[in-house]
Design a protein around this ligand. Structure first.
Ligand code: THU
Length: 159
């Protein structure tokens, strides 16, 4: 028997410590967050993708009265991106959340389904997707989705 450990490294920064480009990407995520259709949860999430072609693609959470039909901000942005820019790579994704029920100043970390989707596109494009999670007090930066979804499902049998 052998005990094994997975170590994950990520950065915690103040907003002002980020590059101007990253701060601008976060601002776009905040702007689109505030336009989310989040009438059931009142939990507003925004995602901004920076592509290698320089374009920015935005998404926010879209809810539905049939709750499972809803979709997270990250997947709204990523699926739009892959539908419209099938050949572009995603360099970064900035994610931010706000609740109108109470002051929400924590970072929001993507759900398991969004991690899975990001993971497949990262694998396909052969380059890491940086994940920027913006809270009021700190910004967390992960170099790759592998750091949020280590040992993700992969098999040569299916594709
Ligand atoms: N949500 C996202 O859009 N992204 C996340 O990373 C976490 C959760 C949405 C789904 C739902 O509309 C609301 O937040 C509350 O769960």
């Amino acid at each position: 028997m052998e005990n094994k450990t997975i170590a994950i490294q990520y950065k915690s920064l103040k907003l002002a410590e980020l590059s101007e480009g990253d701060q601008a990407l976060i601002k776009k995520a905040e702007e689109i967050r505030d336009k989310a259709y989040a009438v059931y949860s009142d939990f507003y999430v925004g995602a901004a993708l920076l592509l290698n072609c320089g374009d920015i693609v935005l998404g926010n959470n879209q809810e539905n009265i049939a709750f499972p039909s809803s979709l997270c901000a990250e997947r709204v942005a990523i699926f739009y991106c892959k539908a419209n820019y099938p050949n572009s790579k995603i360099n970064k994704i900035a994610i931010t959340a706000k609740s109108i029920k109470e002051a929400y100043n924590e970072v929001v970390t993507p759900c398991g389904s969004c991690r899975q989707v990001i993971s497949e596109y990262e694998r396909n494009q052969n380059s890491p997707i940086e994940i920027i999670l913006k809270g009021e007090k700190e910004v967390l930066v992960f170099k790759s989705i592998n750091d949020l979804l280590p040992m993700s499902f992969e098999t040569k049998v299916l594709g």
